[in-house]
Design a protein around this ligand. Sequence first.
Ligand SMILES: Cc1cc2nc3c(=O)[nH]c(=O)nc-3n(C[C@H](O)[C@H](O)[C@H](O)COP(=O)(O)OP(=O)(O)OC[C@H]3O[C@@H](n4cnc5c(N)ncnc54)[C@H](O)[C@@H]3O)c2cc1C
Length: 390
Amino acid sequence: MSVLAALRRELGEDRVGSSPGLDGRVFPRSGEELATALRLLAAGEASAIVRGSGSWDALGHPMPRARILLETTGLLGEVEVDAEDGVAHLPAGALVFSLSEHVRKETGGAWELPFDPVSPSSTLGGCLATASPGFCFGHPRDVVLGLEIVLATGERVRCGGRVVKNVTGYDLAKLYLGSLGTLGVIEAAWIRLLPAPEKTGCWWVPAADPSLAVEPARLPSARAAAWLSAGLARELSKPGPGMLLELAGDAAAVAADAEHLVCQNGATASDPTGLGVVRGMRGGDPGGRVRVSARPSQLAESVAGLSRAGAEILAHPARGLFWAFSADEAVFAAAERAGEGFLVEAAPLAIRESRELFGENPELRPLQAAIKAQYDPAGILNPGRFAGRI
Ligand SMILES: Cc1cc2nc3c(=O)[nH]c(=O)nc-3n(C[C@H](O)[C@H](O)[C@H](O)COP(=O)(O)OP(=O)(O)OC[C@H]3O[C@@H](n4cnc5c(N)ncnc54)[C@H](O)[C@@H]3O)c2cc1C
């Protein structure tokens, strides 16, 4: 019996459909159904593209071996918000925007869900599997307490849990964060919520190069910080390079930092909707975009070199991250040499097919391949997508 026929028989006709360019599509609605689907895919050696809302379909290497689309947006199980302890149990298929709204309502505005996704259609599972740091809330790894995972064999496992001190031995949840769905499918997560700030405000800080933005971006109440080269600054109607900075915290701390920004850095108050514009710059398909990690001391030189090569630049100065926008292979190659870590986030298909998108890192490859072989022996989850095309 074909894999699609087996999926229809076990899950029902309405859980299986067609998908252009692939053999078909499966749409599990619960952890049990997801486990059944993966067991059948593994038995039939049918590999799958795991997809939330698909906002990052172009991330990673193309996957010519994939035959089935495995959609996670039906994984909408139990939502539990504990306003006493500031933790929540959330299903992976739900949209982050709706979950954020739900958390705000359930806690009377006292807590926030610490994700700021690039797209209104982003699912929680997609945010965790890509584990890309946001402009406001930092790295997802810092707020994930536990994960419920369905492995490629169909086995359901848990790592971590609802409390902060729950890990003895290896913290396996970290393994799945950022693995782009190549080691298991996330069914649900326990997330640590953050207290909502008493006051927020946005400021524009003129700065000719991103190293000048490091000090203000490290102010105690600085929450979101984005330095923009002149071309990107124009999208916020700003005249030259500079930084959009969000202050958030208790009212006295925000007022003190705002005064410092005005007096020391020549800052002016700015429209907070600019933050949404900046977040959107990292979404969609800009033609080409590469993310580089650099030490703050390397920022000015690296950014100047890439600007000379014609790239527009967005930087998170305090985190030592920047993005070069270009579809030019020469800029990607220069970016790879410019910092200490490298990821092509978007590129024309010819580049995605021909170059290593995650940076050359030969010493890591055997370890990554061994982990993939252990967790997904039949190679059915996003085959070829990750670093080294594993
Ligand atoms: C360049 C970049 C910048 C980003 N910036 C931010 C940011 O500022 N703030 C922030 O919070 N997030 C950020 N993210 C995360 C981003 O918001 C999410 O990656 C994306 O929007 C997830 O939504 P999606 O459902 O469309 O995922 P998809 O595009 O469908 O999937 C993304 C990846 O996750 C895998 N995946 C999806 N669901 C699951 C699941 N349940 N289990 C296992 N794997 C799964 C897919 O296989 C794929 O590899 C960024 C991501 C990238 C790549």
